[in-house]
Design a protein around this ligand. Structure first.
Ligand SMILES: [Zn+2]
Length: 215
């Protein structure tokens, strides 16, 4: 087993708290929760909806969850560029739920370190086990280190692939060649193209994102 703790795949020191979180919104939405406890959302799930984060230059840099985006707005770090019709209420104010926000100060965020997460690897691989080629729900997939960690394999875009538990068990602590497995395709490194593609996948239901992602 080369990916026992898929949730723990993170680059060290990857982003500042203000940078907007991982590319895919954090399902637990726990980032900065202490700042929004006074907000009473109509639906809890609304707070987990994805929000596109633009840099000050309007360059799309990230995806976060509504909860986190609200924190950035209330702190004055970002402003809303696009909003949903829905509102959330704090004790004194009603706030439109953001769909796209823009950071007011430009931030330099290294691409590679920002987006490495289980969710993003599964998105890149379209929830397809890269060894047997079958599509699985996220809960039935793990991350496999192609070159096992015990052999010095790194947690990187180039060395992590979506993998079903069956293939993962079969592969164990071996390379694909040793286990008689073949990768469906060579894992692609993270590029600006990957980033845009992931953002489009995450935001495909929200037309407000389109003009920022050029499609
Ligand atoms: Zn498989």
């Amino acid at each position: 087993m080369s990916a026992r703790r898929p949730e723990a795949v993170e680059a060290p020191g990857r982003f500042s708290p203000e940078a907007g979180g991982a590319l895919a919104p954090n399902a637990s939405g726990n980032v900065g929760a202490r700042h929004v406890h006074s907000l009473a959302p109509r639906r809890a799930s609304l707070m987990q909806e994805p929000v596109l984060v633009l840099n000050a230059t309007y360059e799309p840099i990230n995806v976060t969850a509504v909860r986190r985006a609200m924190v950035l707005l209330l702190k004055g770090v970002a402003q809303a560029e696009e909003v949903h019709n829905a509102e959330v209420h704090s004790s004194a104010h009603a706030h439109k739920v953001p769909s796209v926000i823009r950071l007011l100060a430009y931030r330099h965020i290294p691409q590679q370190s920002r987006a490495l997460s289980r969710k993003n690897i599964l998105l890149r691989d379209r929830n397809t086990c890269q060894f047997c080629g079958k599509v699985f729900p996220s809960s039935e997939l793990t991350l496999d280190h192609v070159l096992p960690r015990s052999r010095g394999g790194r947690s990187s875009w180039e060395n992590l692939v979506a993998c079903c538990y069956r293939c993962n068990n079969h592969k164990g602590d071996r390379t694909p060649e040793e286990a008689g497995l073949k990768l469906a395709r060579k894992p692609r490194p993270f590029t600006l193209h990957t980033s845009r593609q992931l953002m489009r996948l995450i935001g495909h239901r929200d037309e407000r994102w389109r003009k920022y992602l050029f499609y």
